[in-house]
Design a protein around this ligand. Structure first.
Ligand code: NAP
Length: 303
């Protein structure tokens, strides 16, 4: 039996449209209704034919749904929650895909009493945005972290877990603050560093822009992929995971200064021992199937 029969997705960018495509492929009998704030996006989604219905507003999209997934930027969750609140049936599960979980859980919990709010975060994505960037296999083999609030209904948590497993994801349960600390390390800080390095390189006066681009294969290119990620989405991530990111940034800055000192004093042993340790981390990511050996800096398969 399907975990949910009538699914609504609000926000049809990269993640929402990938979800729609994945649901179509994995659970073709699910009735899928979607919506987006942008009329151009709604029109494009209708053309793509990746949902049964494209509603004009979020409220209209969720009527009758037994699962609603919010796939909008973290900063837009409160507005969407207020819009859908009057239309939800009592037993509906409302989830999301936001990259930050504690603030989203708080906002959705406050705005949506009487329904099952069970936030989630598929740890899968690309640097692209919009409905044309989505694809059905985005979630295959990737982790989806579900962060049930303390008194969440266990049956509903299991139904949501089964939904993500059917899309090919591996599911982990975690509390929201822990999720935010883990993701600060694995995703938020790396994005901040990439944004910062690319910004610094483009501001350098003694090295021309054309040289930066021409010789980018020296490492810079890999940072530019991450630094091309959606500006609104990432603005909201940093505004909503402020404490965990700031704490980690303090630690990172200290470690960077230690490396600065090692370089200044010609301490090759410190440098070599760190670089040996980091190479082993890369090896374990490949061994766990979370990346391949192959150099694919455009990430054609959307990793
Ligand atoms: P996206 O491609 O920019 O899509 C977001 C869509 O939501 C846009 O079409 C946007 O419309 C729409 N939207 C914004 N405010 C809305 C509102 N109030 N009501 C209805 N629709 C609204 O972004 P995305 O990459 O799919 O990200 C969506 C969510 O997934 C974010 O919470 C993000 O943190 C999370 N996430 C992203 C990734 C990733 O790698 N990209 C991975 C995992 C999770 P407009 O264009 O008109 O603003």
């Amino acid at each position: 039996m399907l975990p949910f029969a009538r699914v609504a997705i609000i926000g049809m960018g990269l993640i929402g449209s990938s979800l729609a495509r994945a649901v179509r492929e994995a659970m073709p009998t699910v009735k899928l209704t979607v919506s987006d704030a942008s009329p151009a996006v709604r029109e494009r989604v209708a053309e793509l034919g990746i949902a049964d219905d494209v509603a004009d507003g979020a409220g209209a999209a969720v009527v009758d749904a037994d699962l609603v997934i919010l796939a909008v930027p973290v900063g837009a969750m409160a507005d969407v929650a207020a819009e859908i609140a009057p239309e939800l049936a009592p037993d509906t599960v409302v989830s999301d895909v936001g990259s930050v979980k504690e603030s989203v859980a708080r906002v959705l919990g406050a705005a949506l009493p009487g329904v099952h709010v069970i936030p989630a975060h598929p740890v899968a994505g690309t640097e692209k945005s919009g409905p044309d960037a989505g694809f059905a296999h985005l979630f295959k083999g990737r982790w989806c972290i579900i962060t049930p609030p303390p008194r969440a209904d266990a049956t509903m948590v299991e139904r949501l877990s089964e939904f993500w497993r059917r899309l090919g994801s591996k599911v982990d349960l975690m509390d929201a603050p822990h999720h935010d600390r883990v993701l600060a390390v694995t995703s938020h800080l790396p994005h901040l560093i990439a944004y910062s390095i690319v910004g610094t390189a483009s501001d350098l006066e003694e090295v021309t822009k054309s040289e930066v681009i021409k010789y980018s294969a020296g490492g810079f290119r890999d940072f530019t992929r991450i630094a091309a990620s959606d500006p609104v989405m990432w603005r909201d991530v940093f505004l909503n995971n402020r404490e965990a990111v700031l704490e980690l940034l303090g630690r990172f800055t200290e470690d960077l200064v230690a490396l600065q000192r090692a370089i200044r004093w010609g301490d090759g042993d410190t440098l070599e021992s760190l670089f040996t340790r980091t190479r082993a981390i890369r090896r374990s990511i490949i061994d766990e199937g979370q990346d391949t050996e192959k150099a694919d800096f455009g990430r054609g398969n959307g990793n």
